[in-house]
Design a protein. Structure first.
Length: 367
């Protein structure tokens, strides 16, 4: 954060975001804001003029969506600018805790654990929610609509930043190179087993879910750990790694050629040298092993992971697995941009989870 070439401070992210100020005046402003707004992360925008009377404050927490306020440095007063989601009641939101657990090889895996607000905190149905990318920082402490939706339905949610995720140092990032379906996948399973050992999760009610790479990991979870996961939700997920390389004129991924030529062989695997590994870690090649319930959703206009990925896998698994739910959203790309899509998709997720690991499943087991 600078003003006229002078560095006033830096923005950092550890378990949560924060501003660290070198400038004494801005540090004093930060302290005054934090005193009035306890319990939230409060990031301050630097005004362009040093004598400016107002600064913009962005505040949020794990239970409170973003609120913007203008703060008067001279009067110590706030003026509300706007709230991102005015109807959210923080008291009904689940608390989100940064946690760490050990993978089977000893690597420390950072994760976010969200438990439902009120009620039991032990022996809950668990959703392992896997981020996309995968070579990004997937999780950021703060209010998250998808996580809170699941928690509001009674699920514990664990979101691991498995090896390969950025933001935790080069060693953690590089440990994920060429580990699709291998150590990266094991990190996710080890998180589920950690949640069981801590007493948070019912070992008989765990589902794995995610979009893009997370959708890929959801399918591979059923392949590698069929006794751990009772079901999977795959939205927009890669089903055939070779398709990311080859594609077709009608369904080629929009990934840049330089990444496909130079990045993917290093990060994912070389299509020639690592052919056996890519085959073994592509869900399409392991479809016969997937017998658990699966919910699959794709966008017909997706250019990152074209619909062909979903069609090809659906056809491969349909002959032996009658528990596959399938939906295509004609106008969506690589993500749900329309409110109607989000409402429909997460409504389907709610019913799917309830049937297989939720309250409906508990009733069924008691009969």
């Amino acid at each position: 954060m600078t003003r006229r070439g002078k560095v006033l401070g830096v923005s950092i992210e550890t378990d949560a975001r924060a501003n660290v100020w070198f400038d004494k005046e801005m540090q004093a402003v930060q302290q005054a804001v934090d005193k009035q707004l306890p319990g939230t992360v409060n990031t301050i925008s630097v005004p362009s003029q040093p004598d400016a009377q107002w600064v913009l404050v962005r505040s949020y927490s794990d239970t409170r969506p973003v609120t913007y306020r203008a703060y008067n440095k001279k009067t110590d007063a706030f003026v509300l600018v706007g709230r991102s989601r005015d109807g959210i009641d923080p008291a009904r939101m689940g608390r989100q805790d940064p946690v760490r657990y050990k993978a089977r090889d000893g690597r420390e895996i950072p994760a976010l654990l969200t438990l439902p607000a009120g009620g039991a905190k032990k022996n809950l149905p668990l959703v392992m929610l896997v981020h996309g990318g995968p070579y990004v920082r997937g999780n950021h402490w703060g209010w998250n609509a998808e996580t809170q939706f699941l928690a509001s339905r009674g699920y514990a949610v664990l979101e691991p930043d498995f090896r390969g995720s950025r933001g935790y140092g080069q060693a953690h990032y590089r440990a994920g190179w060429k580990q699709w379906g291998l150590a990266m996948q094991d990190d996710i399973a080890d998180g589920a087993r950690w949640a069981i050992a801590q007493g948070y999760a019912d070992p008989q009610r765990i589902c794995i879910a995610g979009g893009s790479y997370g959708g890929y990991a959801a399918l591979m979870g059923l392949v590698k750990d069929p006794d751990l996961y009772k079901c999977a939700v795959n939205y927009l997920g890669v089903t055939d790694i070779d398709l990311l390389y080859d594609g077709h004129w009608s369904f080629k991924s929009d990934m840049q050629d330089d990444y496909r030529i130079h990045g993917m062989p290093l990060l994912v695997g070389d299509q020639v040298k690592d052919a056996a590994q890519l085959k073994a870690t592509s869900p399409i090649e392991q479809a016969a092993r997937i017998t658990q319930p699966v919910l699959m959703a794709y966008g017909a206009s997706d250019r990152r992971v074209p619909l062909y990925h979903g069609n090809k896998f659906r056809d491969a698994v349909a002959s032996h697995n009658k528990q596959v739910e399938w939906v295509v959203y004609p106008e969506e790309g690589h993500g749900w941009s329309q409110l109607s899509t989000r409402v429909d998709f997460w409504g389907r997720v709610e019913k799917f989870l309830d049937k297989h690991i939720g309250a409906a499943r508990q009733v069924l087991n008691k009969k």
